[in-house]
Design a protein around this ligand. Sequence first.
Ligand code: PMP
Length: 287
Amino acid sequence: SIAYLNGEYMALEEARISPLDRGFLFGDGIYEVIPYYGGKSVGLIPHIERMIDGLGSIEIKCNKSVDEWKELLDEVIARNDGANQNLGVYVHVSRGADTKRFHAYPENVEPTIFCFTFAIKDPEPVDREKVTAYSVTTTQDLRWKRCHIKSTALLGNVMHFQQGYASGNNECLLYNDKNELTEGSSVNAFIVKDGVVITPIQDNQILPGITRRIIIDSLKADGSIPVEERTVTMDEVLNADEVWISSSSKEIAPVVKIDDKPVGDGKVGQVWEKAFGIYTAAKFDHS
Ligand code: PMP
């Protein structure tokens, strides 16, 4: 596939960065993954805005405007035949390569900008009998206290994901030291109880997921399913009628097993089906 690196397009295998790049040495960078279905993006502008916020919060100076980012990402997709397939575009801005390894932010270093694409799955059917159901495990959230920053330093997330994966599950749901749900290692989380969709509030304990935002906004606009953003305890998770996880690549995935125990009746729920229908109808409007 065709990658973009610092102003140039090249075969992905040809792309090279310095080992002194702070993205490599320190995980000092911000990234995004944006889905494009047949060339149409979901949440492109919110993804770009989140990245610009993240870069600002770690003082990486990269003065591309929202429009310039949009043009670049659309171009990367176009050069990879995005019109004829479903692609995710990964975009990564690190602080760049210094001449030494020193923790302090260097002056006068150009950020490294890297993009490449990869195939993503077709959207799942809006059908509770046919959709892929997920199983998850749970563990205490041992990441840092700045989970709202989409940092390329993902070791904490990687270790939690591996806990889920190694035990034969798709994800690992995380809870803080008050036994409150935060999110999953690479997804946001929702529960459904008595017809109400509930998701943890957006604070420093979770990534402000774009899919999470589109779900909340599209359900509110539709009006037929109540939505709440509030603290969710793990007791509530384990006693929920339905549990869902969301991300740009998984959209809204239903979870039917947590730590080997069924969620609700162990089948994909009716609220999931209705909500996923609403989300699917609205998702391209959120770009
Ligand atoms: N939380 C974490 C920790 C993530 O890495 C991600 C993205 N994979 C999400 C939530 C979901 O965010 P989005 O909907 O913007 O993809």
